[in-house]
Design a protein around this ligand. Sequence first.
Ligand code: EPU
Length: 433
Amino acid sequence: MSDKFLIKGLNNKKILSGKIRVNGAKNAILKAIASSVLFEDGFKMTNIPAIEDVKRMFEIVGKLGVKVEKTGGENYSIDTKKIKGTDLDREIAERLRASIVLTGPLLARFGKVSFPVPGGCVIGARAIDFFIEGFEKMGASIEFKNNRYLIKAKGKKLKGMEMFLKAPSVTVTETFMMAGILAEGKTILKNTAQEPEIKHLADFLISCGAKIKGAGTTQIEITGGELLKGKNKIYKAIPDRIETGSFLLLGSLCADNLEITNCDPDNVGILISILKDAGVPLEINKSSIKIKNNSKIKNKEFKSVNIKTKEYPGFPTDLQAPMIIFLTQATGESLVFETIFEGRLNYVEDLVRMGADIRMLDPHRVIVKGPSTLRGRNMESPDLRGGLAFIIASIIAKGESIIENAYFVDRGYEKIEKRLRGIGVDISRISND
Ligand code: EPU
């Protein structure tokens, strides 16, 4: 059984203060780890938080023969000289959706890969049809046997291809951007996702010899070739924009003065603009954001706002849950439209039990009416982003809450209780060991 969190609510007082540092970005790091199988020797990684998803990703490449060594603090050394397998471990792949991005690089480098239907957070259908289409376009054959996909390159190498993505999927963009690096000829991807993690991955791979143009835009061109050997190759993770946004929302609700450090405000542009509009006193610096003298403003004075989740630079689906907590405290009605995943609003039932006034219109849309007083409860983390939203809700609530299934939160946020205690939150972990 997983640990749980015990939280004593602040009953709407804005008293948190101090500094909270943002860690390296989970969804960037997982892809950089996947890219390791493209390399003949390896590279170094830095700014890597000890979160469960990163541990699982290291484990899954470890099972393929990649040697991962912690060299101290948040630094790792990755040695890919002895890769011996191309079959993704069933147990890990079924739990970690990000493992699917390994398929492109493995197929490109070794001409074959096998993997089970990937899992991850239960937030929607999460199909893999675009992946299959891309593999076929690169000249691979597809078989489905014993609940596993077996993909084989027909020639010695994958062929470059042109693909128009039917939706700008993050992992599909990353998978084929990486596959294109070792393919023959040119790969042109259209309607690609523009999330900052994609350009960041491309920049790292370009520094290692890859020929990629257009990452971060809606069209990416990759010219097949080889990656550099020997050079001192270093991957440094960008700050996590979802962690940044979650701390911003928490701070807006219950901090007086709070500084969010080591972040990139540009990558949470839409949230900053919405919060400023709602009336949150923010000061934006190059790599930090300050919430200043916030206790002077009553939450009741925050204005409601309609939110529609969208691909970057639109409002991130990964911040939808903490945003809803904010909206329960703003005055007026807000319509929240989750356009990316259909299972990502189910957790609102628990918020209603806490006292929130939220009406579900359909699986994609809810109306939040605020402000309302939330009361502490016992709850279970529904997924990693929902779990953090429950922590925020419990912090502003009246009374005590217990949040079961801390593992989900640990998947994406390192030692969250310790970091939140550092800014004044009364939170502890109850271990089940
Ligand atoms: N889609 C298909 N077919 C496919 C692939 C995707 O129909 O073959 C659809 C999905 O069902 C979804 C849409 O395309 O409706 C977009 O999903 P996308 O593929 O972009 O999501 P993802 O790549 O699986 C990543 C993040 C998610 C984040 C989304 C959206 C990783 C490992 N995961 O998922 O992060 O919510 O992009 O930004 O990068 C999280 O960190 O908690 C998380 C769920």
